[in-house]
Design a protein around this ligand. Structure first.
Ligand code: BGP
Length: 477
């Protein structure tokens, strides 16, 4: 198509995670995973942070992941709708606990393996490329009970066995992989992605960075295994990205912004450049953090770096060292940020900054010089269906259009971007709040925050709009 900035074969699509769509949380042998213990409401945030008093679901709580949107039984209908929109790719995750219900079982669960075979076959039927995250906010509860989750080095072996199992099983069907979803989130929400329950008086930073080291080694071993088992596959990392701006040109603000960004870049510096950066070593020294390593860890990290940089982008951040300004924070986001006077926010307080996508993409490409894959982006909004059931989500279209324009600019800047999967192409459970009413989809799902609704799927206005965008490879916005 004339005038497109998007390369031929650009992987337009949508992104999801097992625990936010599948439901069937104990069906066909699946074991409990971290998210199955995360209720809706205030308590959810406590659990995300690692303050949890019981590792079994409670009678009087509502756990959104248990049914989610029932993709487990409805995947054919949903994939047919993605195909109708013209998806070239579909990002999803495998639930570790469908494959190894306890995380350390002797042999994998055949029914779990079969489910993903069926999903991949269905995608392939429509020429939709599966893009698979091995671990998206997902740690088997049994290994938290037994080993304290990623605090324990044992997790490296268990994860390696799990990833080798899925690479072997799906080697002919899946060519795009990612290791840990938003790996940097471990520092902010230690329970959900790392199964970390913090003890009273524990040296939090020591625990978090030791767990991070375990995940980084595990990620490198997965890269190694993937390259051995599926030589024609690509495997990437996944960063919760979003540049941090200094509130003023005061060098203290500029340095603070750089420091905040490095908190996140730290993970990708190791996964992509293959070694601990100097600034991290200094941070460890200043904070009395001692990372225990095996002799061969540094070799593993250096030799098995990722092929591409996957990232989510929802918002930019802004930081100040002035206590008066620092008090004026945005709400509802795990990354601390002061309000940026030039930008507006979503209903959940997330800063809306399309140009920030161009800035972030350029920054990541300058730093790593590897292809980028935008694997999450989108607007969480309340959709109110009209009397006839239609959803006129022009606000969502406006948000996406503005981001696509900036993505096209980044490509013009010379940044290599291989694909874009918008978050939640079908309404799904919100990770941070557990709500259904925080919707991202082109496809509406009839379900409310209390779990009521028919689960029926219907197309929103944005459905046809995104279809047109894909068909024109980003020209017709
Ligand atoms: C990312 C997660 C997703 C997702 C998204 C939107 O952090 O990788 O799982 O849910 O954010 O967040 P939320 O669902 O809280 O709106």
């Amino acid at each position: 198509m004339a005038n497109t900035k998007f390369p031929k074969g650009f992987l337009w699509g949508g992104a999801t995670a097992a625990n936010q769509i599948e439901g069937a949380y104990l069906e066909d042998g699946k074991g409990l995973t971290t998210v199955d213990l995360m209720p809706i409401g205030k308590n959810r945030f406590n659990v995300l942070l690692g303050n949890i008093d019981s590792l079994t679901p409670k009678e009087n709580e509502f756990y959104p992941s248990h049914e989610a949107i029932d993709f487990y039984h409805r995947y054919k209908e949903d994939i047919a709708l993605f195909a109708e929109m013209g998806f070239k790719s579909f990002r999803m995750s495998i639930a570790w606990t469908r494959i190894f219900p306890n995380g350390d079982d002797e042999s994998p669960n055949e029914k779990g393996l079969q489910f993903y075979d069926d999903v991949f076959d269905e995608l392939r039927k429509y020429n939709i490329e599966p893009v698979v995250t091995t671990c998206h906010f997902d740690v088997p509860v049994a290994v938290i009970e037994k080993y304290n989750g990623w605090k324990n080095r044992k997790m490296v072996d268990l994860y390696e066995r799990y990833t080798r199992t899925i690479f072997n099983r799906y080697k002919d069907k899946v060519k795009y992989w990612m290791t840990f979803n938003e790996i940097n989130m471990l520092l902010h929400l230690p329970f959900v992605g790392a199964g970390i329950v913090l003890e009273e008086g524990e040296n939090k930073l020591q625990t978090l960075y030791q767990a991070a080291h375990h995940q980084l080694v595990a990620s490198a071993l997965a890269v190694k295994a993937c390259h051995e088992i599926i030589p024609d596959a690509q495997i990437g990392c996944m960063l919760a990205a979003g540049s941090t701006y200094p509130y003023t040109s005061n060098p203290d603000d500029v340095w603070e912004a750089m420091t905040r960004d490095r908190e996140s870049f730290f993970f990708i510096d190791v996964q992509s450049r293959g070694e601990y950066p100097g600034y991290a070593k200094r941070f460890f020294k200043d904070n009395n953090i001692h990372i225990e390593m095996e002799d061969w860890d540094e070799d593993i990290l250096r030799e098995h770096t990722v092929d591409y940089i996957g990232f989510s982008y929802y918002a930019s951040r802004c930081i100040s060292t002035d206590p008066d300004i620092l008090g004026d924070q945005t709400e509802g986001n795990v990354f601390a940020s002061v309000k940026n006077p030039y930008l507006t926010t979503s209903e959940w307080g997330w800063t809306i900054d399309p140009k920030g996508l161009r800035i972030t993409a350029n920054q990541l490409y300058d730093r790593y010089q590897k292809p980028l894959f935008i694997v999450e982006n989108g607007l969480g909004a309340v959709d109110i269906p009209e009397a006839d059931g239609s959803v006129n989500d022009d606000y969502r279209i406006d948000y996406l259009r503005a981001h696509f324009e900036e993505m096209a600019e980044a490509i013009e800047d010379g940044v290599e971007i291989i694909g874009y999967t918008s978050w939640g192409p079908i309404d799904l459970v919100s990770a941070s709040t557990g709500e259904m009413k925080k919707r991202y989809g082109y496809i509406y799902v009839d379900k409310d925050n209390d779990g009521n609704g028919t689960l029926q799927r219907s197309k929103k206005k944005s459905f046809d709009w995104y279809k047109k965008v894909i068909a024109s490879n980003g020209v017709d916005l």
